[in-house]
Design a protein around this ligand. Sequence first.
Ligand SMILES: *Cc1c(COP(=O)(O)O)cnc(C)c1O
Length: 384
Amino acid sequence: DFAPQLAQLQQQARRRRRVAHASACSTQLQVDGVDYLAFASNDYLGLANHPQLIAAAQAGAARWGVGAGSAHLVAGHSLAHEQLERRLAQFVGLADALLFATGYMANLALITALLGRGDAVFADRLNHASLNDACLLARADFKRYPHNDLQRLESLLAASKAPRKLIVADAVFSMDGDLAPLDALLALAGRYDAWLYLDDAHGFGVLGAHGQGSLAHWRLQSPRLIYMATLGKAAGVAGAFVAASADLIDWLVNKAHTYIYTTAQPPLLAEALMQSIELIEHEDWRRERLTSLIVQLRQGCADLPWRLLPSPTPIQPLQVGSSEAALDLAAGLRRQGIWVPAIRPPTVPDGEARLRISLSAAHTPDDVERLLAALQDLGQRALA
Ligand SMILES: *Cc1c(COP(=O)(O)O)cnc(C)c1O
């Protein structure tokens, strides 16, 4: 009987409820017939509803049908998937790439295919839940270090006698928006003979001169690097890929359960993604727009009673504290026609509930101004 447990979640302000909306992904969210200005999606470049992606998906459906029909190793692997994998590998500067249906599955795949009992994995405490689940599933020795604490990481690495070591981090942290120090992580990987696996779900498309992601941003190249990015965030569609050496990709094709035992992503999505990569690479204005919106938002939040955590990315977390206070602030914004999600434990640590403001190139400076005016109004009332 789950009723008492659900009631307890309710009492702790931790019960989650879904809201069904009636809008295509954009900066507007229509809920119960009301239009809200939304700062809620991970569609950072505004591509999820782009006419060229829609046209590519439609042409892809006409060419390939709707479903892939089977797993990649059975008969689900199309030329559309193959072409996209080559394009992605070339775009991020690695030898080869492998497509997955979701980022969650890509993380499970890589970590379980690389590590087993007796191996060791070193993970940032703020890593995404899918990475943590993957580490547990791999049955490796699972060591977590405090967020971006390189000294602690180094002492854990130095103490490990595991035959295979893997350092795992979000390249951009999903609820904080800050970056992992990839240059320092790679140096430690070299010193202690470890692999470095980077989850760039929030950097791909956003960072790097043309959106190639965190490796380009940090100008990193190394045979120790294994890269993963998702395709449902800035790329605006769905899916994910791992990029690495050709041998490692071949190993995943042979060993990764979440690649082998699941139906291939519909090829029409691969067609939409080819178009998405074109726009990511060539429309630098989307990243320039994001940069100016980030500056505008951060300046406008300077004297609010809540702290905007330091973040150079479109993820701008306004730290509130308790779950109740975060829900109250989100409700206050909603009364002013603005939708910003409150993020509560266990997604973030206890006492660190926040509003996760996410910006998109589809937002205008006026949109950000409206959000700032509403926050200032609620801030004054909170202080009064
Ligand atoms: C969203 C996300 C994932 C999961 O990707 P999906 O494609 O949504 O399954 C993995 N890692 C991070 C850091 C994410 O933010």
